[in-house]
Design a protein around this ligand. Structure first.
Ligand SMILES: CC(C)(COP(=O)(O)OP(=O)(O)OC[C@H]1O[C@@H](n2cnc3c(N)ncnc32)[C@H](O)[C@@H]1OP(=O)(O)O)[C@@H](O)C(=O)NCCC(=O)NCCS
Length: 148
């Protein structure tokens, strides 16, 4: 995705723009900036007391869903759906739509996003970090009727 997650299990190129290896030696200041940035939402999902997933939102020209990762043992249980709903709730008072970018070969993630109402956008995403091609862009128009 556009902003990278420090997720060890994310693999080299099918999910994220950067890898755990890119962050594990990062100075404290870089981590602090990442987690104290008021324009970035950081979420952790906890199952039976154990953190099993993460996701976030990033406020820029658009608001993007970022850093979606669910531990393998927690997949297939709707954890991603719950995180997406939480990022949507954070976004709705701020913007009418939520964007994301996803690697074109990441069929599982694309299916999860499509099931949650995201649609492909006919716009070229960022170049892939490790080869030819571009990220796919998806967007969801949010229901803002219930926002306070
Ligand atoms: C994409 C991802 C976030 C989906 O998370 P999730 O909580 O498993 O999402 P869902 O519960 O909606 O499951 C997604 C699909 O994968 C299937 N699935 C994936 N792994 C599974 C597992 N270990 N056991 C059972 N089902 C699994 C689910 O059945 C579901 O299929 P369906 O849509 O046909 O029902 C997760 O697979 C993941 O973290 N992948 C690696 C990181 C990644 O690609 N992040 C996205 C970057 S854009």
């Amino acid at each position: 995705m556009a902003d990278a997650a420090p997720a060890r299990a994310a693999g080299r190129s099918s999910a994220f723009g950067s890898r755990y290896e890119d962050w594990k030696e990062a100075p404290d200041e870089r981590w602090r900036q990442r987690f104290q940035n008021p324009r970035i939402l950081n979420l952790i999902a906890v199952l039976d007391g154990t953190p099993v997933a993460m996701a976030g939102g990033m406020l820029g020209e658009r608001i993007e869903l970022i850093s979606m990762w669910v531990a393998p043992e927690a997949r297939g249980a709707g954890v991603a759906d719950a995180l997406i709903r939480a990022v949507e709730a954070w976004t709705a008072p701020l913007a009418p739509e939520l964007w994301l970018s996803v690697m074109p070969e990441n069929a599982t993630a694309i299916a999860t996003y499509a099931r949650n109402g995201f649609e492909h956008v006919d716009e070229t995403g960022d170049p892939l970090p490790h080869g030819p091609g571009h990220e796919l862009l998806m967007r969801k128009l949010l229901d803002r009727s219930g926002r306070s």
